[in-house]
Ligand binder design. Structure first.
Ligand code: PLP
Length: 434
């Protein structure tokens, strides 16, 4: 099929996520991605692009990594899928062992699902049910942060705090207390007032990604952990975006020596190859579900593709590559370079209000453009013409390349982004910095 035929069929039959379909079908034709290697994506016309957002924040070691390709292929020769309900298999067992060894201390149990939202649903239901089993019937509520994003299923939206995405669904959702991000006093106040009704606090550690890369002040996460302990409330850390090296350490929690009661991971878990998620729990949480069959303490939750063997094989290979290629050790130099290039090429631009960064998570907030201008989107179109895929969150341009990106590609990604901002906004560098 030609590109034009593919685009026509897409516009006729598909409904894309987070997409105003009217614009999709009327605006510029979409790129049709055909293949990828390393940090490069090619469209069906043969044009190459740097994957500046890791195919929605999940690619880690690059596309077409030989070890990941081989792991999936060889698993395919054994079994593509088998259920975890009533059966088990080696890739799920092996991956669980590795995850427990890597995760913050005390997280000893792994419950699989398929995506970040379901990892969060599982954590919320586990926290709720755990308290019910303990007879604390009134502990049914959750505390989340303003501007939080934990996924798109109804439970994860209930603990979401981005009005644009979430407020319409309010009648469908359960109530959650929202606190001010980065302000332990606000959480202290809510816990003091409502602590006995709260099952868990849920946070994105260090960085609120979908909010536009909001970075919390140092010490906030550990303060949240202390407050949860003080009030006997469970802590859920959602590392769906921050996990697997994104902030410079394997998990963001490590940077404040925090071990949550429940940890949600997805995205980078399979290196961006396959849909897989996991909710890790402490033995204390796990034991709360043990009992005789007739006690009905079972966690009644599970998805058809839970712990899919191909996905587990990709995840094991991803973790092995972290070790073999010393990914995190090599990342620290790139994080420093990224910071320098952002300081020199992006921060001085007149159209840039703020550059937010934690490790390899970057949000470039554009200054004061009217909503209908869709300036974030215009920047991505200008970047695309120059050979880079970036994606905005409103008027925050996100850069989140694969951890494996080379220094030269990283510099090119930042330069292209700077040029794209200048072209789209029509505003150059500030005179002082130019
Ligand atoms: N939690 C966080 C922190 C996320 O950033 C996301 C997605 O961006 C999710 C959960 C939802 O993950 P998924 O899109 O895989 O459902």
């Amino acid at each position: 099929m030609t590109t034009d035929e593919l685009v026509a069929l897409d516009r006729e039959h598909l409904w894309h996520p987070f997409t105003q379909q009217r614009g999709w079908t009327q605006d510029e034709p979409p790129l049709v991605i055909d293949r990828a290697s390393g940090t490069t994506l090619w469209d069906t016309e043969g044009n190459a692009y740097i994957d500046g957002v890791s195919s929605l924040w999940c690619n880690v070691h690059g596309h077409g990594h030989p070890a990941l390709d081989e792991a999936v292929r060889s698993q395919l020769d054994r079994v593509a899928h088998s259920t975890m309900l009533g059966l088990t298999h080696q890739p799920a067992i092996e991956l669980a062992r590795r995850l427990v060894a890597l995760a913050p201390p005390g997280l000893s149990r792994v419950f699989y699902s398929d995506n970040g939202s379901t990892a969060v649903e599982v954590a919320l239901k586990m926290a709720f049910q755990w308290w019910q089993h303990r007879g604390a019937r009134s502990r049914t509520g959750f505390v989340c942060l303003r501007d939080a994003y934990h996924g798109d299923t109804v439970g994860s939206v209930s603990v979401g705090g981005i009005d644009l995405f979430h407020s319409l669904y309010r009648p469908l959702l359960f109530d959650a207390w929202q606190v001010e991000p980065g302000d332990p006093d606000d959480l202290r106040r809510v816990l003091a007032e409502h602590g006995g009704r709260i099952a868990a606090v849920i946070v994105e550690p260090l960085v609120q990604g979908a909010a536009g890369m909001i970075i919390h002040p140092a010490g906030y996460l550990s303060a949240v952990r202390e407050l949860c302990d003080e009030h006997g409330v469970l802590l859920i850390c959602d590392e769906v975006a921050t996990g697997f090296g994104r902030t410079g350490t394997m998990f963001a929690c490590e940077q404040e020596d925090v071990a949550p009661d429940l940890l949600c991971v997805a995205k980078g878990l399979t290196g961006g190859y396959m849909p897989l998620a996991a909710t890790l729990a402490t033995e204390r949480v796990y034991e709360g579900f043990l009992g005789e069959h007739q006690e009905l303490k079972t966690f009644f939750h599970g998805h058809t593709y839970t712990g899919n063997p191909l996905a587990c094989a990709a995840a094991i290979a991803t973790l092995e590559v972290f070790e073999r290629e010393a990914t995190l050790e090599r990342l620290s130099g790139k994080i420093e370079l990224l910071g320098n290039w952002l300081d020199h090429l992006i921060a001085p631009l007149d159209a840039v209000a703020e550059v937010r960064r934690c490790g390899f998570m970057v949000g470039i907030r554009l200054a004061d453009f009217p909503l209908p201008a869709r300036m974030g989107h215009q920047v991505t179109l200008a970047a695309r013409k120059r050979g880079a895929i970036v994606r905005p969150l409103g008027d925050v341009v996100v850069l989140m390349p694969p951890l494996s990106i080379s220094e030269a590609e990283l510099e090119r990604l930042v330069s292209i982004t700077a040029e794209a901002i200048v072209e789209a906004t029509g505003r150059a560098a500030l005179p002082a910095a130019a």
